[in-house]
Design a protein around this ligand. Structure first.
Ligand SMILES: [Zn+2]
Ligand SMILES: [Zn+2]
Length: 495
């Protein structure tokens, strides 16, 4: 390693990477976001995808559809469906000749009026605000991608879009409407408004926009900056090489941008504790792993467990009908649907509201404890389980959405009324906290802790680092895990 005397002097202060002499961007190389293995990803043909050879995570894919025109068409439809849904009615309830019509905004408003401001803001944010902002961002991104040179602000919008998109829960809301509708049909006459069909269509067009958008094509459109900045503002020169020209760079010198996936090689081993600098392509802060992943996930998970108890013990809503009725807990809601003969729906509610939060808490707890201990088993299973937990987490919001609709529509004073209870706020807190726990967990640290990603010097529990150090000292270098760069697995795009 050739370093100038000034940079080796700078190396002594361990404050971040103020001593980076230059960054080399390595083209054709990709780090698996599931397990942290660096792999060669060649140029894909249309309809091809590359998956990780170690954990099966999708690394890249190329669509057969037109990269800009197709998502643009879906995005325009989304905007039209969204505006129409906002302007039309959601459902009309008729109780002995008295009618009440509600729209998308009534639920969040009523929750706020009743004093459940946090829940009202949450429901409004994920069903009304987030979809609108996501559609707007998508328009801006597609406009930027159609320019001959990608505008400087475009990368930031793409980064924000990625962060915001999981909060847009239109598809979960549709199921919430469905459960609310089923609960109402046995007490009164319900007319489904046009907004329900429009939201259904919006769900499909938004999913289609995401699945046809090829962000890698947009990134390729962007010239990589010749200079970039370190965390403390120091300017650093950037040069570019393709993986075939450089051979196999040492894995502990590599870092991949968590936002756009660009891989850089530094002149020294990369720390997991400090921000490496600013990505020369997307301007996102680059970290080797998500910052403080293990401690943050642990904290969110403990908070979720604390709320889990009142969420299941206290009623989530009170249903009064002709002076009768009373409070319902989450489980009682599912049992009632079962008793009414709505068995598939009861199973759905049971799965979304009882099984999913439980699954998330238990599996994240398992992953965290295995990582704290530096366990080396079941890594592929744990990585797959994490992908599942990450995917199903949002579906627990069904009950919260259902209550927001019932509270809005069933307001007939003594005849029939639904009010929200404290259990609902606790339940919403469990859902949000487990989502935050999953998003702050970096599955690559499970492989780091098991010693499968080459030498790691920091960012893991001290006991795990010590054990790895001892193992490396005891074993011959040839028995160390392969730290080279393998080619990714290529297969046809099944989606
Ligand atoms: Zn992998
Ligand atoms: Zn980047």
């Amino acid at each position: 390693m050739s370093m100038s005397s000034s940079s080796s002097r700078l190396r002594c202060d361990d404050a971040g990477l103020g001593h980076v002499p230059h960054v080399r961007i390595i083209g054709g190389l990709s780090e698996c976001p599931g397990c942290g293995l660096y792999q060669r990803v060649p140029d894909l043909a249309a309809g091809e995808q590359a998956t990780c050879t170690r954990c099966g995570q999708k690394l890249a894919r190329r669509r057969r559809t037109a990269p800009l025109a197709t998502p643009l068409a879906f995005c325009i439809s989304s905007a039209a469906f969204y505006l129409a849904a906002l302007a039309s009615s959601l459902m009309t309830l008729d109780v002995y000749g008295r009618q009440r019509t509600v729209d998308l905004l009534t639920g969040p408003m009523e929750l706020m009026h009743e004093g459940w401001g946090e829940a009202g803001i949450l429901v409004g944010a994920v069903t009304v605000l987030a979809p609108a902002v996501a559609i707007g961002f998508m328009f801006v991104i597609l406009y930027a991608a159609s320019c001959t040179r990608l505008p400087d602000w475009a990368p930031r919008v793409l980064v924000w879009y990625d962060k915001l998109r999981p909060w847009s829960m239109v598809e979960v809301y549709i199921l919430g409407i469905f459960v609310a509708y089923t609960k109402l049909t046995d007490m009164a006459h319900v007319d489904v408004g046009p907004a329900v069909y429009l939201i259904g269509a919006l769900m499909l067009t938004m999913a289609a926009t995401d699945s046809t958008l090829d962000t890698e094509m947009i990134w390729r459109h962007r010239r990589i900056d010749r200079v970039t900045r370190t965390e403390n503002g120091q300017t650093v020169a950037v040069d570019y090489a393709h993986v075939d020209q450089t051979g196999l760079p040492p894995v502990d010198h590599l870092v991949a941008c968590t936002s756009c996936g660009l891989v850089g090689e530094l002149a020294h081993p990369v720390s997991s504790l400090h921000c490496v600098g600013i990505c020369p392509r997307c301007e996102h802060k680059v970290w080797r792993r998500l910052p403080q992943s293990l401690t943050r996930t642990t904290a969110f998970l403990i908070a979720a467990i604390v709320f889990y108890i009142p969420a299941n013990l206290y009623p989530v809503m009170t249903f009064l009908r002709m002076g009768g009725g009373g409070g319902h807990t989450i489980i009682e809601g599912a049992i009632e649907l079962w008793q009414d003969g709505m068995i598939p729906l009861s199973l759905l509610v049971f799965f979304a509201s009882i099984t999913v939060p439980m699954l998330k808490i238990l599996s994240l707890g398992w992953m965290i404890s295995q990582t704290w201990r530096g366990a080396r088993g079941h890594l592929v299973a744990r990585t797959r389980l994490f992908r599942l937990v990450d995917m199903v987490g949002r579906w627990s919001m069904i009950d919260v959405f259902m209550i927001s609709i019932l509270v809005a529509v069933v307001r007939f004073n003594a005849m029939a009324s639904v009010t929200a209870n404290a259990g609902m706020v606790a339940f919403a807190a469990v859902v949000v906290l487990t989502l935050l726990a999953a998003w702050s967990f970096d599955p690559r640290i499970m492989w780091d802790a098991a010693g499968r990603n080459g030498p790691v010097t920091d960012g893991l529990p001290p006991a795990v680092l010590r054990a790895q150090h001892d193992r490396a000292a005891a074993s011959s270098p040839s028995s160390l895990p392969p730290a080279g760069v393998l080619p990714a697995r290529m297969e046809p795009d099944q989606a």
